[in-house]
Design a protein around this ligand. Structure first.
Ligand code: HEC
Length: 400
């Protein structure tokens, strides 16, 4: 019952997290596009203090949007704010993260091959490093460095690389990327909570009082908004990365992540320029080329070769290994206390099923070696080798 309740909590949190994240990133894309697409308005609008306007058509109607230099003469009765998308994304994200990586620390966070941190020490380190990462980012945003876009970006990337490397030293491969996701997500919602919202409240107060607001406050909020916008593509990749174990299980998985973050920001840059009618296809093309270069660099070439072994492994030997290390989870009736049904519906209940899914098994248990989950039942290198030979021989026999 207990693990079924956890399963439901997992579903509810993940569902809400995705919904809130879509709303937040959707709003970020929309407002970045809006801001970059504003044009100089006609004279009569300029006289009203409007600095940019834009026309759009959507859902069967025309929209006229105007951005004021300072603010409207009179506060509108209804003013729409955008903050709950960010807050709910963060709250559901942190809860989901805690459920999977803290409550489920044995399976998802700890890796005895990397460090012998106790569960408590690992969780404390994880929380502290995210908090410290956020504080460092906040301090950098308040430092003069923020005025130099290139230097600031380079510093942020160097720090992210340091944190990614550090997480990779301590935690299971599976937990590394999501830690960076949690850190970036915390910086993004922190931007909303600590800079953007206070800045906007100040703006409203000044406009209501009939004063001209200090433009520096608005600019600071705008800058945080831009940071958030550049973080969108990397964070979306990180949120999906659990499906792509060839990235995070690679020997240099942390370098792969840093490269993909830089590429994501670079591609975002292309779109941000394009909205301002600066078309630089070279950015998009080089970004996509770099992405495929990374994929090529981490390709598991070894697994593509046909291997002819002189050694034979019987079905019975292979089955003993699978039964000992896989079917406690990957069965129609799992016995592992962690699962009430097979993860991803993936079952290996017979030797025939193991043959059918042999490519998938080879990838996860031989190449990426991220199965068994967290190597919780201590599969040995010899057992992996035996399983590998059994699959390689099966492929040769099948002419695959
Ligand atoms: C303690 C539970 C557990 C054990 C034991 C385990 N796995 Fe998994 N396995 C999981 C979970 C959870 C997932 C889904 C998450 C993921 O893909 O990382 C998974 C996913 C997989 C997938 C991907 C399935 C798909 O449809 O994409 C394969 C393949 C796999 N495991 C193979 C194995 C093999 C082979 C073994 C034994 C050597 C094994 N697993 C042992 C928990 C386990």
């Amino acid at each position: 019952m207990g693990n079924y309740l956890i399963e439901i909590a997992h579903l509810v949190l993940r569902y809400f997290h995705v919904i809130a994240g879509i709303a937040w990133i959707g709003a970020s894309f929309y407002f970045a596009w809006l801001d970059n697409s504003l044009q100089t308005p006609p004279k009569e609008k300029q006289d009203k203090g409007i600095k940019g306007d834009l026309w759009a058509i959507h859902g069967g109607g025309f929209y006229e949007v105007a951005k004021y230099t300072n603010g409207p003469e009179k506060m509108p009765t209804t003013l729409h704010w955008f903050k709950w998308e960010a807050y709910t994304s963060w709250i559901t994200g942190i809860l989901l993260f805690s459920l999977l990586y803290y409550v489920g620390a044995d399976a998802n966070l700890l890796d005895s091959a990397k460090s012998d941190l106790s569960k408590f020490a690992a969780i404390t380190t994880s929380l502290a490093s995210i908090a410290i990462g956020y504080i460092v980012y906040r301090l950098l945003c308040n430092s003069p460095l923020v005025k130099n876009g290139y230097l600031f970006t380079a510093t942020i990337i160097a720090l992210l690389a340091l944190w990614t490397w550090g997480f990779d030293q301590l935690f299971a491969d599976k937990a590394v990327y999501i830690h960076i996701g949690a850190l970036i997500g915390t910086c993004m919602s922190g931007n909303v909570f600590q800079v953007i919202m206070p800045g906007q409240r100040y703006l409203v107060k000044e406009v209501e009082a009939g004063r001209i607001p200090d433009p520096a406050v608005g600019l600071k909020a705008k800058l945080c908004s831009i940071h958030n916008n550049y973080a969108t593509l990397p964070i979306i990749f990180i949120m999906l990365s659990n499906h792509f174990s060839h990235t995070y299980t690679h020997q240099y998985g942390w370098v792969v992540l840093v490269a993909l973050i830089v590429i994501g920001m670079w591609i975002r840059h292309y779109f941000n320029l394009k909205h301002r009618h600066i078309n630089k296809p070279s950015i998009l093309v080089s970004g996509i080329a770099a992405f495929f270069a990374v994929m090529l660099a981490i390709a598991p070439w070894e697994s593509f070769e046909t291997k002819v072994n002189t050694v034979q492994v019987s079905d019975q030997q292979a089955w003993t290994i699978i039964e000992q290390h896989c079917t406690e989870c990957h069965s129609a009736t799992p016995t592992s206390p962690l699962f009430t049904s097979a993860p991803l519906g993936f079952t290996i209940d017979s030797i025939e099923a193991a043959q059918t899914h042999s490519d998938n098994i080879y990838t996860r248990a031989v190449i990426n070696q991220d199965m068994p989950l967290g190597n919780m039942n201590n599969m040995t290198p010899e057992e992996r080798k035996t399983l590998a030979i059994w699959i390689e021989n099966y492929r040769v026999a099948k002419g695959k």
